[in-house]
Design a protein around this ligand. Structure first.
Ligand SMILES: C[S@@+](CC[C@H](N)C(=O)[O-])C[C@H]1O[C@@H](n2cnc3c(N)ncnc32)[C@H](O)[C@@H]1O
Length: 304
């Protein structure tokens, strides 16, 4: 089967993919590239056509009792949280194109059962990426957690996989290289080292240069989202993020010429997203990755 890709610059209307069901939802904001819905993702996702999206990036609430607003209950019993997660995952699996990608960012505790569910639903496991971020305080009688889990799945063989090289790691204090590469330093590729499944270079988002003062809840670094999108998609592709938050994914899409569909249940968060997109004044963390261009695979072949 050959996948049709959207061409960047070609006219695109969200209505092409938001056309299932009787009453398609109304967007609260639109740009030339994307469209934002203020609503529960479980009500909006069913309106998106089957196999229409290239990459889904999902950073749902972690059920850790955070305050996102009146409509979000982030402290449910475990089984309820997992049942809810399986519902939006079912919709996501339906919506992704063959060969398309799903990234799921969560704490390890939830990504273990949710990763198993994605395998059960027929997606292809590619990586568990450990995103090294220091948590607040150590928890008594527990090993100190210092990574979030980023699951990387595709629907069958990946139709787009752009190899990434990251800069050789240096000490942020003295500037010297951290590893000695076993005496092979001179033979190393000057474009950097192959991206690994441990990401040590993702900064937290704290400074107001990067974060709107109106955004009280957490926000991901553009560096993390951009790496995921560069790896799995190309300009003109369609990206969906069902948990908008402050709109990091949509902002990255605008900067990298991807089409996007955004959903966020909280009205206040939607206002923050709209302001972010309209003003374009939030800084992005610099990304010095080298993206290796390869021939695009358009023929989708079932791998198993
Ligand atoms: C962890 S935050 C996402 C942060 C985002 N990645 C960013 O960088 O700003 C999760 C977001 O999902 C929203 N949310 C929670 N339940 C939702 C639902 N059922 N449908 C849509 N959005 C939801 C919350 O209001 C919150 O803003």
């Amino acid at each position: 089967m050959t996948q049709a890709r959207l061409q960047f610059g070609a006219p695109w209307s969200a209505a092409e993919v938001i056309s299932r069901g009787d009453k398609p939802p109304k967007s609260v904001h639109a740009t030339e590239l994307g469209v934002l819905f203020n609503g529960d993702c479980l009500s909006v996702l069913p309106h998106i056509k089957n196999e229409s999206v290239d990459t889904i990036f999902a950073d749902p609430p972690f059920n850790l009792g955070k305050e996102y607003g009146e409509t979000v209950n982030d402290g449910r019993p475990d089984d309820e949280y997992l049942a809810w997660s399986r519902k939006w995952i079912d919709e996501s699996v339906r919506i992704i194109q063959p060969g398309g990608t799903l990234f799921l960012y969560n704490i390890p505790r939830w990504n273990i059962p949710l990763g198993a569910y994605l395998i059960e639903r027929g997606l292809l496991f590619r990586n568990w990426i450990a995103v090294n971020i220091k948590f607040g305080l150590p928890i008594p009688k527990r090993i100190y957690p210092s990574h979030y889990s980023l699951l990387y799945f595709t629907k069958g063989k990946a139709k787009t996989f752009r190899s990434i090289r990251t800069p050789i790691e240096t000490c942020r204090h003295c500037g010297k290289e951290i590893k000695d590469y076993g005496g092979h330093r001179d033979a190393m590729n000057p474009k950097g080292v192959n991206l690994t499944d441990v990401w040590n270079d993702i900064p937290p988002v704290r400074h107001w240069k990067f974060k709107s003062k109106k955004r009280k809840a957490n926000q991901l670094s553009t560096k993390l989202v951009r790496r995921c999108l560069e790896l799995s998609s190309r300009p003109g592709d369609l990206v969906l993020d069902p948990f908008g938050g402050s709109g990091t994914t949509y902002d990255v899409c605008e900067h990298t010429s991807r089409h996007w569909i955004g959903i966020e249940v909280e009205k206040e968060s939607c206002d923050v997203i709209i302001e972010r997109l309209e003003n374009g004044n939030l800084h992005h963390h610099p990304l010095h990755d080298h993206i290796e261009e390869e021939e695009q695979i358009t023929d989708y072949v079932e791998e198993r």
